[in-house]
Design a protein around this ligand. Sequence first.
Ligand code: ZN
Length: 283
Amino acid sequence: MSLDVPSVSLISNDRDDNTSTSSHQSEQGVSPTALAKWCDQYLQANAFKDYCPNGLQVDAQQPIRRIVTGVTACEALIDAAIEQNADALLVHHGYFWKGEPSALTGMKGRRIHKLMQHGISLLAYHLPLDAHRIIGNNAVLAAQLDLEITGGLYPEESHPVGNIATCAPISTSDFQSKLHRVLSRDPLVIFGSSEGADRQLQKIALCSGAAQDMIDQAALMGCDAFISGEISERTTHSARELGVDYFACGHHATERGGIKALGELIQRELLLEVSFTDIANPV
Ligand SMILES: [Zn+2]
């Protein structure tokens, strides 16, 4: 499948020279706004109504040659970026979430101060990175699990964040083992049927992160199972009463794939140095 990447000349738009992709690029770097423009275009960021701004969140106004990617822009990830001499941090969970205090004080102030002090720009992509059909969190997870995505969990959405997939019949217990292998983490399983671990699964919905309440929609769409990151007390009852096996695989664990894949794409296409840093998180 074509990656459909934006033309690299876009990168040169706000640079002095007008070279296309070359070793030039990795030496001179790209500006934070140009990198954000490229990512915005590739991820179709404007197509989403989100809970945070997608794109460039902190502009350190330094050319970007080296990027560190990670799930969340926590202080430990910033420290890792400083350690690796990065010019940019590219994450799935950035800052400025709807409803959070806007003042740059306390933890938030410290994080942003550290970024600015070390000339590190911050780019963040939330829903566009969950939903992307090739490098999105759900697309990557589905591929790793040998699931074939057949459509959106909410079929009316043009850029579905959750998906429905099919696979060769597999028992709940075998699928649990597969999730463990793929995510290096034991998923919490709530059985939705009296067959328990022996149930054969074929139609599976998935939505990374904190999408546990979409289990109702998974049931409505006739799915045997639903994979997400988090679980609430009520999710157990929903799984049992709706007849849908529920796999809580960890918010962090289900959202490593997208940002890692975006970083690898940038490395290939824009010839910048990119490395993924995993700040362990049991949730
Ligand atoms: Zn998330």
